[in-house]
Design a protein around this ligand. Structure first.
Ligand code: SF4
Length: 331
């Protein structure tokens, strides 16, 4: 793996103002992303896992420059891109492409598949003539598993299945030959039978092209299937991060343990105790004091509402933010 991460954040925050308390009271803010530091290496799949509203989608929109960071930094291949705009932002987006959740909404119904996949080339002024752009679009469609491309290029989205449409979305991202794909719940709208195909395609792109992927999901089972590393988010923060193997077989944070405990296990002999978290995540405007997870944590004790735990190393490359963690010494 490369020494310089392809994408890196340092203490990244994104707050949304939501008005004042009273006429002259303090400004209230939604703490959507609150101090996230992470690294994405070249050719790595990092899964961002958490419940709806934990901030994972806002984090990737901020990485893409679709939301402006409130504070902190974002670096791409070692270059600070936090406050890019105009031409600089457009150039960066050529290298960081988004795969949206809903393949039914994200494709223009009146365009042909060839036009949809070639459009990013037109926007970025790449590819020369229309024929050359369609040639590149055909290659991207085949790379995304729609072979032969000639069977698809003149069709329209409503003529394709859900899985084929998501492959078109991936082809439109691949046509610019990006370094990073930001995949926001890319299989959650698809039938279970074709989810594995799309996840296998992302893994294949990592292996064959060295593309790095941030895979956003609320489903730890699919994260286990393709991710190299897993970051678990709760209320705008990463509460546990490490290799997929470590986090999923030796979860340290009580929130990760609860998420893992409710994954269905096919063998009844292997069933374990389920931890059902009580209530919804707290309001991100009025965050709980101390550990943000304490109102729902089954292991909370008296210090938890008073002390805000930071990520601590629990083993090589594996960190968790919980007062119960006994940190190891890192050389
Ligand atoms: Fe639970 Fe306390 Fe650990 Fe927070 S610090 S996760 S409340 S035990």
């Amino acid at each position: 793996m490369s020494e310089i991460p392809v994408l890196q954040t340092q203490n990244l925050c994104k707050f949304f103002p939501v008005g004042r308390v009273g006429l002259f009271g303090p400004q209230r803010q939604v703490h959507a992303v609150d101090g996230v530091s992470l690294e994405l290496q070249r050719g790595e799949i990092l899964a961002l896992v958490g419940e709806s509203g934990c901030g994972k989608s806002t984090l990737v929109l901020t990485l893409l420059g679709l939301e402006h960071a409130s504070s902190g930094t974002i670096t791409f291949n070692g270059r600070d891109v936090t406050h890019l705009n105009g031409v600089g932002l457009k150039e960066m987006r050529r290298h960081i492409q988004m795969i949206f959740q809903d393949p039914f909404e994200s494709l223009n119904p009146i365009m042909t598949i060839g036009e949809i996949v070639a459009e990013p080339l037109l926007v970025h002024g790449i590819g020369g003539s229309k024929a050359e752009r369609l040639q590149r679009a055909s290659q991207a469609l085949e790379d995304a598993g729609l072979k032969p491309a000639s069977n698809f290029i003149n069709r329209r989205p409503h003529e394709l299945s859900g899985g084929q449409r998501q492959r078109v979305v991936i082809a439109a991202a691949l046509v610019l030959e990006p370094d990073v794909l930001l995949a926001d719940e890319p299989v959650s709208m698809l039938d279970v039978s074709i989810r594995a195909e799309i996840l296998n395609l992302l893994a294949e792109l990592r292996d064959r092209r060295g593309v790095s992927v941030i895979y956003i999901t609320h489903d730890l089972a699919t994260a286990a299937y393709i991710a190299d590393r897993v970051a678990v988010m709760y209320l705008g923060r990463i509460v546990e991060i490490g290799s997929a193997q470590e986090v999923l077989t030796n979860p340290t944070h009580p929130y990760t343990q609860a998420l893992l405990s409710v994954i269905p296990v096919p063998n009844p002999r292997l069933r374990h105790k389920r931890t059902i978290l009580q209530g919804d995540p707290p309001n991100p405007i009025n965050l709980p004091s101390g550990c943000r997870f304490h109102p729902r944590c089954p292991l909370a004790f008296e210090r938890c509402p008073q002390v805000d735990p930071q990520l601590m190393p629990v083993s090589n490359g594996h960190e968790a933010a919980c007062l119960l963690v006994e940190p190891i010494q890192v050389e």
